[in-house]
Design a protein around this ligand. Structure first.
Ligand code: NAD
Ligand code: UDP
Length: 310
């Protein structure tokens, strides 16, 4: 049994990860400030004597005897990370420093949940890990993108300078049950709108692309990455390479639900990436990992979940 700290553990991805780690027989501390996460996401784990929920903000130092740290704390939806942009930078940068310091203090391995956003509006397509990205430093997405980029830098510097054991994964758009219905991200927005037969809000003309990964595939990739040998630190892309336009996503959701929703077009937010698709050759080689759940199957499971909460 390992003692594992999951920051942002009450969020969408964090709660799935906590469940997986408890099911694998580990002892888990779930740390969260409940900005976008909620206790209800981990309610089902409360009876386990191996699960502990701690209210804490990672911009402040935290201490616990643990073997591994998964650092997920950070709002991930544009509306939430832009709500208090300064706080978002602090969460990524100061949070990384605090978790890396803890890793040093107790000799724990630390995994950073980085993001495809570090590639910005990518010119290289699909995105490989050696691409440095095309990122605006002063735009509305910069608090998230640059915060996450700085966190990667800190992880690598703690590794090089202080010999800390680290892992960096770059997560591509992920969806599934337990997404907050008010989260603002595209999959949850469209499913909620389609279930209510309300207009589907397409930003821009809907021709921008994303590659959507089901949350169980991501969690499998995260655990595999944490368990790789110490020489492999990443960064490694974790995502599903099947790429869709946002309009195709909307059409698929309408079809699966049998919804009467119509499209309405809204302005495209600034710096919204035009295309995104992971190259996952490295994950295949180093983690023997690739996604197993394709869009239709994953959407069907997610729609079933949203039917229970709407
Ligand atoms: P989420 O918003 O559901 O979860 C984030 C969690 O972190 C929430 O529970 C929130 O309350 C908590 N949190 C935020 N600021 C905190 C702070 N200062 N101190 C303590 N807790 C704090 O988002 P998610 O989709 O579950 O994303 C989890 C991680 O994965 C994030 O780091 C995100 O950047 C990364 N990621 C997610 C995606 C995706 O598609 N979901 C893609 C790329 C990267
Ligand atoms: N989007 C949209 N309608 C919505 C929400 C999002 O058309 O109601 C678009 C958004 O402009 C972006 C894509 O869907 O091009 C993915 O948005 P999301 O916020 O889910 O993720 P991110 O942009 O961070 O990849």
């Amino acid at each position: 049994m390992k003692r594992i700290l999951v920051t942002g553990g009450a969020g969408f991805i964090g709660s799935h990860l906590c469940t997986r780690l408890i099911n694998d027989g580990h002892s888990v501390i779930c740390l969260d400030n409940f900005f976008t996460g909620s206790r209800s996401n981990v309610w089902h784990l409360m009876d386990s004597s191996h699960f502990e929920l701690v209210r804490h903000d990672i911009i402040n130092p935290y201490s616990a005897e643990v073997d591994e740290i998964y650092n997920l704390a950070c709002p991930a939806s544009p509306i939430h990370y832009q709500y208090d942009a300064v706080k978002t930078v602090k969460t990524s940068v100061m949070g990384a420093i605090n978790m890396l310091a803890l890793g040093r203090q107790v000799d724990a391995k630390v995994l950073q949940a980085s993001t495809s956003e570090i590639y910005g509006d990518p010119i290289v397509h699909p995105q490989t890990e050696d691409y440095w990205g095309n990122v605006n430093t002063i735009g509305i997405r910069s608090c998230y993108d640059e915060g996450k980029r700085c966190a990667e830098t800190l992880f690598m510097d703690y590794h090089r300078q202080k010999k800390l054991r680290i892992k960096i994964i770059r997560i591509f758009n992920t969806y599934g049950p337990l997404m907050n219905k008010n989260d603002g991200r595209v999959v949850s927005n469209f499913i909620v709108q389609a279930l209510k037969n309300e207009d589907i809000t397409l930003y821009g003309d809907g021709s921008q692309t994303r590659s959507f990964q089901y949350v169980d595939d991501l969690v499998e990739g995260m655990v595999r990455m944490m368990n790789t040998d110490n020489n492999f630190v990443g960064p490694v892309n974790i995502g599903n390479p099947n790429e869709f336009t946002i309009k195709e996503l909307a059409e698929k959701i309408i079809e699966l639900i049998g919804s009467k929703s119509q499209f309405i077009y809204k302005p495209l937010p600034s710096d919204d990436p035009k295309q995104r698709q992971p190259d996952i050759s490295l994950a295949k080689e180093k983690l023997n990992w690739q996604p197993t759940i394709q869009l239709e199957e994953g959407l069907a499971k997610t729609i079933e979940y949203f039917k229970t909460i709407i």
